[in-house]
Design a protein around this ligand. Structure first.
Ligand code: ZN
Length: 412
Protein backbone atom coordinates (compact mmCIF):
# COMPACT_ATOMS: atom_id res chain seq x y z
CA UNK A 1 0.00 0.00 0.00
CA UNK A 2 1.22 3.49 -0.88
CA UNK A 3 -0.02 6.56 1.00
CA UNK A 4 0.09 10.14 -0.31
CA UNK A 5 -0.73 13.13 1.92
CA UNK A 6 -1.09 16.29 -0.15
CA UNK A 7 -1.20 19.49 1.92
CA UNK A 8 -2.29 22.76 0.27
CA UNK A 9 -1.25 25.17 3.02
CA UNK A 10 -4.05 27.60 3.92
CA UNK A 11 -6.04 26.45 0.87
CA UNK A 12 -9.53 26.64 2.41
CA UNK A 13 -11.35 29.97 2.70
CA UNK A 14 -14.65 31.78 3.28
CA UNK A 15 -17.13 32.73 0.52
CA UNK A 16 -15.91 35.93 -1.15
CA UNK A 17 -17.99 38.79 -2.52
CA UNK A 18 -15.60 39.14 -5.45
CA UNK A 19 -16.32 35.48 -6.34
CA UNK A 20 -20.13 35.73 -6.10
CA UNK A 21 -20.04 34.29 -2.60
CA UNK A 22 -17.98 31.32 -3.62
CA UNK A 23 -14.61 30.23 -2.21
CA UNK A 24 -11.37 29.89 -4.21
CA UNK A 25 -11.70 26.09 -3.89
CA UNK A 26 -15.18 26.28 -5.47
CA UNK A 27 -13.93 28.45 -8.34
CA UNK A 28 -10.61 26.75 -9.09
CA UNK A 29 -10.50 24.26 -11.99
CA UNK A 30 -9.17 21.15 -10.26
CA UNK A 31 -10.27 18.07 -12.24
CA UNK A 32 -7.87 15.67 -10.49
CA UNK A 33 -8.90 16.59 -6.96
CA UNK A 34 -12.58 16.50 -7.92
CA UNK A 35 -12.25 13.11 -9.63
CA UNK A 36 -10.61 11.64 -6.51
CA UNK A 37 -13.34 13.23 -4.39
CA UNK A 38 -16.11 11.78 -6.56
CA UNK A 39 -14.59 8.32 -6.23
CA UNK A 40 -13.51 8.76 -2.62
CA UNK A 41 -14.72 9.88 0.79
CA UNK A 42 -14.83 13.31 2.36
CA UNK A 43 -15.34 15.18 5.61
CA UNK A 44 -14.13 17.99 7.82
CA UNK A 45 -11.11 17.69 10.06
CA UNK A 46 -9.68 19.89 12.84
CA UNK A 47 -5.91 20.08 12.94
CA UNK A 48 -5.72 22.71 15.66
CA UNK A 49 -6.83 21.61 19.13
CA UNK A 50 -8.83 23.96 21.35
CA UNK A 51 -6.56 26.41 23.18
CA UNK A 52 -3.81 26.44 20.52
CA UNK A 53 -3.32 29.21 18.01
CA UNK A 54 -3.80 28.03 14.42
CA UNK A 55 -0.16 28.10 13.33
CA UNK A 56 1.22 25.93 10.55
CA UNK A 57 3.46 24.30 13.15
CA UNK A 58 0.60 23.00 15.30
CA UNK A 59 -1.67 22.14 12.35
CA UNK A 60 0.96 20.21 10.41
CA UNK A 61 2.12 18.35 13.49
CA UNK A 62 -1.44 16.97 13.59
CA UNK A 63 -1.38 16.01 9.92
CA UNK A 64 1.89 14.13 10.49
CA UNK A 65 0.10 12.05 13.13
CA UNK A 66 1.32 13.70 16.34
CA UNK A 67 -1.12 15.13 18.88
CA UNK A 68 -0.01 18.76 19.48
CA UNK A 69 -1.43 18.57 23.01
CA UNK A 70 1.16 15.92 23.74
CA UNK A 71 4.14 16.86 21.57
CA UNK A 72 4.14 20.55 20.66
CA UNK A 73 6.86 22.53 22.46
CA UNK A 74 7.12 25.66 20.26
CA UNK A 75 7.99 26.90 16.84
CA UNK A 76 11.63 27.74 17.58
CA UNK A 77 12.75 24.16 18.26
CA UNK A 78 11.05 22.85 15.09
CA UNK A 79 12.94 25.40 13.01
CA UNK A 80 16.14 24.53 14.89
CA UNK A 81 15.63 20.92 13.78
CA UNK A 82 15.36 21.93 10.14
CA UNK A 83 18.50 24.09 10.42
CA UNK A 84 20.45 21.12 11.76
CA UNK A 85 20.98 22.67 15.19
CA UNK A 86 21.52 19.98 17.80
CA UNK A 87 19.50 21.02 20.87
CA UNK A 88 20.94 19.68 24.12
CA UNK A 89 19.15 19.05 27.42
CA UNK A 90 17.84 22.36 28.74
CA UNK A 91 18.48 24.24 25.49
CA UNK A 92 15.64 26.60 24.67
CA UNK A 93 15.32 27.62 21.01
CA UNK A 94 13.72 31.02 20.29
CA UNK A 95 12.70 32.35 16.92
CA UNK A 96 14.72 35.55 16.51
CA UNK A 97 13.22 38.12 14.16
CA UNK A 98 15.18 41.11 12.94
CA UNK A 99 12.58 43.86 13.38
CA UNK A 100 12.27 47.62 13.03
CA UNK A 101 11.39 49.60 16.16
CA UNK A 102 10.71 53.32 16.33
CA UNK A 103 10.26 55.30 19.54
CA UNK A 104 9.44 52.16 21.51
CA UNK A 105 6.86 50.92 18.98
CA UNK A 106 7.17 47.75 16.89
CA UNK A 107 7.08 49.20 13.38
CA UNK A 108 7.86 46.20 11.16
CA UNK A 109 8.15 42.54 12.14
CA UNK A 110 10.46 41.77 9.20
CA UNK A 111 12.71 44.87 9.03
CA UNK A 112 11.58 45.69 5.50
CA UNK A 113 12.26 42.10 4.35
CA UNK A 114 15.98 42.58 4.97
CA UNK A 115 18.18 40.56 2.60
CA UNK A 116 19.80 37.35 3.79
CA UNK A 117 23.24 38.78 2.94
CA UNK A 118 22.78 41.81 5.20
CA UNK A 119 21.18 39.70 7.92
CA UNK A 120 24.06 37.20 7.95
CA UNK A 121 26.50 39.98 8.85
CA UNK A 122 24.20 41.39 11.56
CA UNK A 123 23.73 37.96 13.15
CA UNK A 124 27.45 37.22 13.19
CA UNK A 125 28.24 40.62 14.68
CA UNK A 126 25.49 40.21 17.29
CA UNK A 127 27.16 37.02 18.49
CA UNK A 128 30.50 38.76 18.84
CA UNK A 129 28.89 41.72 20.57
CA UNK A 130 27.05 39.62 23.14
CA UNK A 131 30.05 37.40 23.80
CA UNK A 132 32.18 40.43 24.59
CA UNK A 133 29.69 42.72 26.26
CA UNK A 134 26.84 40.88 27.87
CA UNK A 135 28.58 40.03 31.12
CA UNK A 136 30.05 43.52 31.29
CA UNK A 137 26.96 45.61 30.58
CA UNK A 138 24.13 43.41 31.58
CA UNK A 139 21.40 44.68 33.77
CA UNK A 140 21.07 41.42 35.73
CA UNK A 141 24.42 40.83 37.34
CA UNK A 142 23.04 38.46 39.95
CA UNK A 143 21.73 36.01 37.41
CA UNK A 144 24.87 36.12 35.34
CA UNK A 145 27.10 35.59 38.29
CA UNK A 146 25.32 32.33 38.81
CA UNK A 147 25.46 31.22 35.20
CA UNK A 148 27.54 32.73 32.44
CA UNK A 149 25.88 33.96 29.27
CA UNK A 150 25.59 30.93 27.02
CA UNK A 151 23.27 32.15 24.28
CA UNK A 152 23.99 32.01 20.57
CA UNK A 153 22.30 33.39 17.45
CA UNK A 154 21.98 31.16 14.39
CA UNK A 155 21.74 32.72 10.99
CA UNK A 156 18.64 31.84 8.92
CA UNK A 157 16.97 33.52 5.96
CA UNK A 158 16.03 37.21 5.57
CA UNK A 159 14.52 38.37 8.90
CA UNK A 160 14.04 34.83 10.28
CA UNK A 161 16.76 33.59 12.65
CA UNK A 162 17.17 31.57 15.82
CA UNK A 163 18.56 32.10 19.28
CA UNK A 164 19.43 29.22 21.57
CA UNK A 165 20.15 29.56 25.28
CA UNK A 166 20.60 26.89 27.94
CA UNK A 167 18.05 27.72 30.61
CA UNK A 168 15.06 25.41 30.88
CA UNK A 169 12.96 27.93 32.81
CA UNK A 170 12.77 30.21 29.78
CA UNK A 171 10.66 27.68 27.87
CA UNK A 172 7.54 28.88 29.73
CA UNK A 173 8.10 32.60 29.13
CA UNK A 174 5.09 34.39 27.67
CA UNK A 175 6.51 35.83 24.43
CA UNK A 176 4.55 37.53 21.64
CA UNK A 177 4.67 36.76 17.89
CA UNK A 178 5.89 40.07 16.42
CA UNK A 179 3.55 39.92 13.39
CA UNK A 180 0.61 40.06 15.82
CA UNK A 181 1.70 43.27 17.59
CA UNK A 182 2.79 45.59 14.80
CA UNK A 183 2.14 49.22 15.83
CA UNK A 184 2.06 48.37 19.53
CA UNK A 185 4.27 49.48 22.40
CA UNK A 186 7.17 47.11 22.86
CA UNK A 187 7.45 47.69 26.62
CA UNK A 188 3.99 46.12 27.11
CA UNK A 189 5.24 42.79 25.75
CA UNK A 190 8.62 42.39 27.45
CA UNK A 191 7.72 43.43 30.97
CA UNK A 192 9.01 40.26 32.59
CA UNK A 193 10.19 40.69 36.12
CA UNK A 194 11.54 37.44 37.45
CA UNK A 195 15.28 37.02 37.46
CA UNK A 196 15.69 34.44 34.72
CA UNK A 197 13.24 36.06 32.27
CA UNK A 198 15.05 39.39 32.50
CA UNK A 199 17.90 37.90 30.50
CA UNK A 200 15.65 37.79 27.44
CA UNK A 201 14.51 41.35 28.01
CA UNK A 202 18.13 42.46 28.36
CA UNK A 203 19.16 40.70 25.16
CA UNK A 204 16.35 42.36 23.23
CA UNK A 205 17.18 45.79 24.65
CA UNK A 206 20.92 45.43 24.22
CA UNK A 207 20.41 44.34 20.61
CA UNK A 208 18.88 47.77 20.02
CA UNK A 209 21.94 49.59 21.36
CA UNK A 210 24.21 47.59 19.12
CA UNK A 211 22.15 47.44 15.93
CA UNK A 212 21.20 51.10 15.69
CA UNK A 213 24.83 52.07 14.98
CA UNK A 214 25.67 49.18 12.69
CA UNK A 215 26.96 50.30 9.25
CA UNK A 216 24.43 48.06 7.50
CA UNK A 217 21.56 49.86 9.22
CA UNK A 218 23.06 53.29 8.55
CA UNK A 219 23.23 52.36 4.88
CA UNK A 220 19.66 51.04 4.88
CA UNK A 221 18.35 54.25 6.44
CA UNK A 222 20.26 56.34 3.89
CA UNK A 223 18.60 54.36 1.10
CA UNK A 224 15.17 54.91 2.63
CA UNK A 225 14.88 51.30 3.82
CA UNK A 226 13.76 50.20 7.26
CA UNK A 227 16.67 49.38 9.58
CA UNK A 228 16.91 46.01 11.37
CA UNK A 229 17.43 47.80 14.65
CA UNK A 230 16.23 45.23 17.17
CA UNK A 231 16.06 41.48 17.75
CA UNK A 232 12.68 40.06 18.75
CA UNK A 233 12.71 36.73 20.59
CA UNK A 234 9.56 34.54 20.60
CA UNK A 235 8.06 31.08 19.86
CA UNK A 236 10.57 29.37 22.14
CA UNK A 237 10.64 25.84 23.44
CA UNK A 238 12.65 22.78 24.36
CA UNK A 239 13.47 20.09 21.84
CA UNK A 240 10.29 18.10 21.13
CA UNK A 241 10.51 14.36 21.51
CA UNK A 242 8.42 12.87 18.75
CA UNK A 243 8.30 9.08 18.61
CA UNK A 244 9.80 7.78 15.38
CA UNK A 245 7.17 7.77 12.63
CA UNK A 246 8.16 4.37 11.27
CA UNK A 247 8.05 2.77 14.70
CA UNK A 248 4.72 4.42 15.43
CA UNK A 249 2.94 3.65 12.15
CA UNK A 250 5.11 1.01 10.49
CA UNK A 251 5.56 3.11 7.35
CA UNK A 252 8.74 4.43 5.75
CA UNK A 253 8.11 8.03 4.80
CA UNK A 254 9.49 11.20 3.23
CA UNK A 255 8.57 14.89 3.18
CA UNK A 256 8.60 17.32 0.26
CA UNK A 257 8.27 21.00 1.25
CA UNK A 258 9.87 24.38 0.69
CA UNK A 259 9.29 25.44 4.29
CA UNK A 260 11.70 25.00 7.25
CA UNK A 261 8.96 24.39 9.77
CA UNK A 262 7.70 21.33 7.91
CA UNK A 263 11.22 20.05 7.38
CA UNK A 264 11.74 20.38 11.13
CA UNK A 265 8.66 18.29 11.95
CA UNK A 266 9.84 15.69 9.43
CA UNK A 267 13.34 15.55 10.90
CA UNK A 268 12.11 15.13 14.48
CA UNK A 269 9.72 12.41 13.29
CA UNK A 270 12.61 10.55 11.66
CA UNK A 271 11.22 11.02 8.14
CA UNK A 272 13.47 11.68 5.14
CA UNK A 273 13.46 15.17 3.64
CA UNK A 274 13.54 15.30 -0.15
CA UNK A 275 15.08 18.57 -1.34
CA UNK A 276 13.46 19.84 -4.53
CA UNK A 277 15.35 22.45 -6.53
CA UNK A 278 13.07 25.43 -7.13
CA UNK A 279 10.77 24.72 -4.14
CA UNK A 280 10.63 28.23 -2.69
CA UNK A 281 7.61 28.22 -0.39
CA UNK A 282 6.11 31.14 -2.40
CA UNK A 283 3.90 31.69 -5.49
CA UNK A 284 6.92 31.22 -7.71
CA UNK A 285 7.57 27.68 -6.44
CA UNK A 286 8.32 25.14 -9.15
CA UNK A 287 5.15 23.00 -9.07
CA UNK A 288 6.38 20.84 -11.89
CA UNK A 289 9.59 19.96 -10.05
CA UNK A 290 7.62 19.13 -6.90
CA UNK A 291 5.35 16.81 -8.87
CA UNK A 292 8.32 15.17 -10.57
CA UNK A 293 10.27 14.57 -7.35
CA UNK A 294 7.16 13.33 -5.60
CA UNK A 295 6.31 10.81 -8.30
CA UNK A 296 9.91 9.56 -8.33
CA UNK A 297 9.85 9.15 -4.54
CA UNK A 298 6.74 6.95 -4.48
CA UNK A 299 8.76 3.84 -5.35
CA UNK A 300 11.05 4.19 -2.30
CA UNK A 301 8.46 5.17 0.31
CA UNK A 302 5.32 3.80 1.91
CA UNK A 303 4.05 7.31 2.67
CA UNK A 304 4.81 10.71 1.20
CA UNK A 305 3.93 14.11 2.71
CA UNK A 306 3.82 16.73 -0.03
CA UNK A 307 3.34 20.29 1.19
CA UNK A 308 2.74 23.39 -0.96
CA UNK A 309 2.92 26.76 0.80
CA UNK A 310 1.69 29.02 -2.03
CA UNK A 311 -2.08 29.16 -1.22
CA UNK A 312 -1.23 30.32 2.31
CA UNK A 313 1.02 33.11 0.99
CA UNK A 314 -1.81 34.19 -1.33
CA UNK A 315 -4.18 34.24 1.67
CA UNK A 316 -1.80 36.37 3.76
CA UNK A 317 -1.37 38.90 0.97
CA UNK A 318 -5.09 38.89 0.10
CA UNK A 319 -4.53 37.91 -3.53
CA UNK A 320 -7.51 35.86 -4.59
CA UNK A 321 -6.34 35.23 -8.15
CA UNK A 322 -3.01 33.89 -6.90
CA UNK A 323 -4.83 31.57 -4.53
CA UNK A 324 -7.00 30.12 -7.27
CA UNK A 325 -3.96 29.76 -9.51
CA UNK A 326 -2.02 27.99 -6.75
CA UNK A 327 -4.84 25.45 -6.25
CA UNK A 328 -5.04 24.83 -10.00
CA UNK A 329 -1.29 24.30 -10.26
CA UNK A 330 -1.28 21.88 -7.32
CA UNK A 331 -4.02 19.91 -9.08
CA UNK A 332 -2.38 19.87 -12.49
CA UNK A 333 1.36 19.74 -11.89
CA UNK A 334 1.72 18.08 -8.48
CA UNK A 335 -1.28 15.76 -8.20
CA UNK A 336 -1.41 15.11 -11.96
CA UNK A 337 2.11 13.68 -12.05
CA UNK A 338 1.56 11.67 -8.87
CA UNK A 339 -1.56 10.07 -10.34
CA UNK A 340 0.31 9.12 -13.52
CA UNK A 341 2.91 7.33 -11.43
CA UNK A 342 0.34 5.63 -9.17
CA UNK A 343 -1.11 3.83 -12.19
CA UNK A 344 1.75 1.37 -11.69
CA UNK A 345 0.40 0.38 -8.29
CA UNK A 346 -2.75 -1.51 -7.40
CA UNK A 347 -3.12 -0.40 -3.78
CA UNK A 348 -2.91 3.23 -2.76
CA UNK A 349 -4.64 5.95 -0.77
CA UNK A 350 -4.46 9.71 -1.23
CA UNK A 351 -5.50 12.28 1.37
CA UNK A 352 -5.86 15.92 0.32
CA UNK A 353 -6.33 18.74 2.82
CA UNK A 354 -5.08 22.12 4.00
CA UNK A 355 -3.45 22.42 7.44
CA UNK A 356 -5.74 25.39 8.38
CA UNK A 357 -7.70 28.00 6.41
CA UNK A 358 -5.99 31.29 5.47
CA UNK A 359 -9.04 33.26 4.27
CA UNK A 360 -8.40 36.08 1.81
CA UNK A 361 -10.62 38.46 3.79
CA UNK A 362 -8.93 37.68 7.11
CA UNK A 363 -5.38 37.49 5.77
CA UNK A 364 -4.28 35.22 8.57
CA UNK A 365 -4.98 31.68 9.78
CA UNK A 366 -8.31 30.74 11.35
CA UNK A 367 -9.40 27.91 13.66
CA UNK A 368 -12.10 26.46 11.36
CA UNK A 369 -12.03 22.76 10.48
CA UNK A 370 -10.72 22.04 6.99
CA UNK A 371 -12.08 19.98 4.07
CA UNK A 372 -10.53 16.54 3.68
CA UNK A 373 -10.85 14.14 0.79
CA UNK A 374 -9.54 10.57 0.86
CA UNK A 375 -9.31 8.44 -2.25
CA UNK A 376 -8.69 4.75 -1.83
CA UNK A 377 -7.98 2.29 -4.64
CA UNK A 378 -10.45 -0.04 -2.91
CA UNK A 379 -13.22 2.27 -4.17
CA UNK A 380 -14.62 3.20 -0.79
CA UNK A 381 -16.86 6.16 -1.62
CA UNK A 382 -19.60 8.54 -0.43
CA UNK A 383 -22.06 10.81 -2.23
CA UNK A 384 -19.88 13.98 -2.34
CA UNK A 385 -18.75 14.80 -5.88
CA UNK A 386 -16.60 17.94 -5.61
CA UNK A 387 -14.02 19.14 -3.13
CA UNK A 388 -14.69 22.37 -1.25
CA UNK A 389 -15.49 23.74 2.20
CA UNK A 390 -19.25 23.32 1.79
CA UNK A 391 -19.61 20.10 -0.19
CA UNK A 392 -17.57 17.94 2.21
CA UNK A 393 -19.99 18.66 5.03
CA UNK A 394 -22.18 15.97 3.48
CA UNK A 395 -19.27 13.52 3.51
CA UNK A 396 -18.91 10.33 5.50
CA UNK A 397 -15.63 10.94 7.33
CA UNK A 398 -15.95 11.93 10.95
CA UNK A 399 -12.51 12.93 12.20
CA UNK A 400 -12.56 15.71 14.75
CA UNK A 401 -8.95 15.26 15.81
CA UNK A 402 -6.56 15.75 12.91
CA UNK A 403 -3.72 13.75 14.41
CA UNK A 404 -5.79 10.59 13.96
CA UNK A 405 -5.68 10.91 10.13
CA UNK A 406 -2.74 8.52 9.64
CA UNK A 407 -4.37 5.89 11.86
CA UNK A 408 -7.61 6.38 9.97
CA UNK A 409 -5.90 5.89 6.60
CA UNK A 410 -4.17 2.73 7.73
CA UNK A 411 -7.21 1.12 9.33
CA UNK A 412 -10.03 2.14 6.94
ZN1 ZN B 1 -0.03 26.70 7.22
Amino acid sequence: MKYIILIGDGMSDYPLKSLDNKTPLEIAYKPNIDKLTKEGKTGLVSNVPEGFSPGSDVANMSIFGYDPKKYYTGRGPLEAGSMGIDLKDGDVAFRANLITEENGVLLDFNAGHISSEEAAILIEDLNTYFKNNFNKNNFNKDVLNKSKFNGKFYNGISYRHLFVINNKELSDLNTAPPHDIVGEKIADYINWNDESSKIIKDIMEMSKDFLKNHPINKERVEKGKKPANMVWLWGQGLKPSLPNFKKLYGLKGSVITGVDLLKGIGIFAGLDIIEVPGATGYFDTDYNAKGKYASKAIKYNDILFIHVEAPDEAGHSGEVKEKIKAIEKIDKHVLGQILDELEKYSDYKIAILPDHPTPIDVRTHTMDPVPLTIYSSNNDTDEVKTYNELSVKKGSIDLSEGYKLIDYLISN
